[in-house]
Write a protein that binds this ligand. Structure first.
Ligand code: AOS
Ligand code: ZN
Ligand code: ZN
Length: 384
């Protein structure tokens, strides 16, 4: 596919929780005009799509986005020009989960957690979602606190039960994270653990790479390349980080890393329409306005994608095979150092969009309107 074909067909999914109030363990800063219910979160996500043209779906988090009538929510999304996407389960916010969810030593809590995961598949049936994304806060804080091995057995059993429940077109996407909230041993701490569980489950179980979930210095693009090669890369949770799971805007901390990741996506065929990679954002906008924060993030992914697409792969292969180290590095850096903003502005203009989505949203008056209309926004909850 050509550069512009990929850029035209690229789809970035937004997280509903990015539109609600969020913060750190120290303080949640309330912003005026935030959504008061899932319908308003969807309306906000639709604004991001309206100005970028590449964010036509929004991921839900259950129970944060629990509604009485999911087909009605899906219809509302459709009216707004977007659709409901991935369903994220939540087995971390109840007191019952102090010692874990599906890995908890107490069978009652294991059952409760599994029931929630199965309920999420019911929600997927009602929304028409393809993907169930699972992130487990499970783990232990102290050596000896629980059996690492028994916890893996419990995890495998629960994943198996969920996988069995999926419909033929539905997928289980397993996310890993090095640490937090557990500080000694997390039950799904890395891509290898997620990969091994997915391998046992079957074809429709895939790994989610959250870009904030690794030890500093980890070569994330290597993981991406490996998983793509094995056809086990299911999704990205994009965000950026300076320290740990900071959930800042993607491409803000390290745009070069984002470029390197997207280059491996390209080289591994991940932009092909049948590759089935869900490109999602998983971010919180604690101090910046949320809709513009999402617009900026989408643009950052687009810019890094455009640069990755500009790499002259034929030339790169030739210099690689010739063992020309500096030549190969130059091919990659030439693409990275290209200013792709004019190219993207042209592409938007061709699609009837404003060339600068940030400016267009700011000029629309929408931000002022929601502040005036929405009093008493709820705390949406945010990614741990
Ligand atoms: C948690 O750290 C993860 O990034 C998850 O993706 C989480 O489910 C999401 O952030 C919403 O809580
Ligand atoms: Zn995530
Ligand atoms: Zn996270």
């Amino acid at each position: 596919m050509t550069v512009s074909e990929v850029l035209r067909t690229q789809r970035i999914e937004l997280p509903s929780w990015a539109f609600g109030n969020s913060g750190t363990r120290f303080k949640v800063f309330a912003q005026a005009g935030v959504p008061r219910d899932p319908y308003e979160k969807i309306a906000d996500a639709a604004q991001v799509h309206r100005y970028t043209g590449v964010a036509p779906s929004v991921a839900l988090h259950i129970p944060w986005d629990k509604v009485a009538d999911y087909p009605d929510l899906a219809a509302a999304a459709k009216d707004d020009g977007i659709e409901l996407g991935t369903i994220n389960a939540n087995v971390f916010q109840d007191d019952d989960y102090r010692l874990g969810s599906v890995c908890n030593p107490d069978p009652r809590v294991q059952r409760k957690a599994l029931d929630h995961l199965l309920e999420c598949v019911d929600v997927m049936d009602a929304t028409g979602s393809r993907d169930l994304k699972l992130w487990f806060a499970d783990g232990t804080n102290y050596p000896g606190q629980d059996s690492i091995r028994a916890r893996q057995d419990r995890l495998a059993e629960a994943l198996h039960a969920v996988y069995e429940r999926l419909g033929g077109h539905q997928r289980l996407i397993l996310e890993y994270k090095l640490f937090e909230p557990a500080f000694y041993a997390t039950d799904v701490p890395d891509w290898g653990t997620a990969y091994a569980h997915c391998l046992r489950l079957g074809e429709r179980a895939k790994v989610c790479v959250d870009t904030g979930h690794h030890a500093p210095g980890t070569n994330i693009e290597f993981i991406v390349s490996f998983l793509l090669r094995e056809r086990k890369l299911g999704a990205f949770d994009f965000n950026s980080r300076f320290y740990a799971d900071d959930d800042l805007m993607v491409g803000a901390a390290d745009p070069f890393q984002l470029f390197r990741i997207l280059l491996e996506v390209r080289l591994g065929g991940g932009f092909e329409p049948d590759a089935g990679i869900a490109f999602m954002l998983d971010q919180c906008h604690n101090i910046e306005p949320k809709i513009p924060g999402q617009i900026r993030s989408v643009m950052n992914v687009q810019e890094a994608t455009a640069k990755a697409l500009l790499v002259d792969v034929e030339a790169l292969t030739a210099v690689q095979l010739a063992g020309d180290v500096l030549g190969a590095n130059a091919v990659v850096m030439d693409a990275y150092n290209t200013d792709v903003r004019p190219l993207l502005a042209d592409l938007r203009a061709e699609q009837g969009l404003a060339p600068d989505p940030m400016a267009a949203y700011a000029a629309s008056g929408h931000a002022e309107r929601i502040v005036a209309e929405r009093i008493g926004g709820t705390q949406a909850g945010w990614g741990a």
